[in-house]
Design a protein around this ligand. Sequence first.
Ligand code: UTP
Length: 284
Amino acid sequence: MDGLTTVIFPVAGLGTRMLPATKATPKELLPVYDTPLLQFALDEAIAAGAKRVVLVSHPDKSAIEDYLTSAPALEESLTRKGKADLLRALRATCLPDGVDLRVVHQPEPLGLGHAVLCGAEAVLPGPVGVILPDDLILGDPCLAEMAAAFRPGEMRSLTAAQEVPAGQVDRYGIFACPPGAPGEAIPCTAFVEKPAIADAPSRLAAVGRYILDAAVFDVLRDTGKGAGGEIQLTDAIARMGGIHAFRFSGTRYDCGGKDGLVEATLAVQALRRGAAGRPRIAAE
Ligand code: UTP
């Protein structure tokens, strides 16, 4: 399909795995070397063609909105001191012309499915993208790869996927599908949230990138609590049918956990230092 017009960012979670770092700083603003997780996600959405960004946030996380607001006094100070590189980096945090921002609140973290539903009234017509900023994917921009493979009408959903160790399947949404090839939409017969290891249909796990038919909102309105007592996006995707998984080309870091954030930081440090054969960062 041509570019996605709307990308939803669910950022209302509590980020408890990263406490105490997330006590006063939203997880999505934690830095990976020199750049907050949210910025990588925004750049990826823009690379996929987003014209509207919908932040589903929480009233206690207003720092996220502050991050997206221009800072004229700081800009003026950097201009006066001739710090052109820093000024450029600062200005790059604002959304470019032609991309608008809507902020809606999820009053309580009732689950990812509920967070996506909170964005329903703010989206433009057509399929929507969803990015979970704490899943950082370096390399070719994942959501743009997925948009190229998504066929509206024929598919109801396309979800980024990667193999995980057998001992981790109970932390993810898991697909039942043939192995498929990287870069193609793989039709799936089932998608289950956090199955017990013995019940998992495969080791192919969902990671935080989705393209969803707009019908998902009606299905979510009608989806009750699932695994962990939360309203699960996985359950709504499974109920819609037309499930597809997508093996992306980049490298994913689980930055919702401490080790993943450190690994991502070292990877970005190496990239910034210009390692030989330097691969691209989605943010560039
Ligand atoms: P996570 O489950 O990883 O986030 O949700 P969390 O709940 O903040 O993390 P922990 O487990 O307590 O450390 C993945 C994404 O979905 C968002 C989160 O903000 C994160 O970006 N989310 C999750 C919501 O917006 N609302 C929810 O109710 C749940």
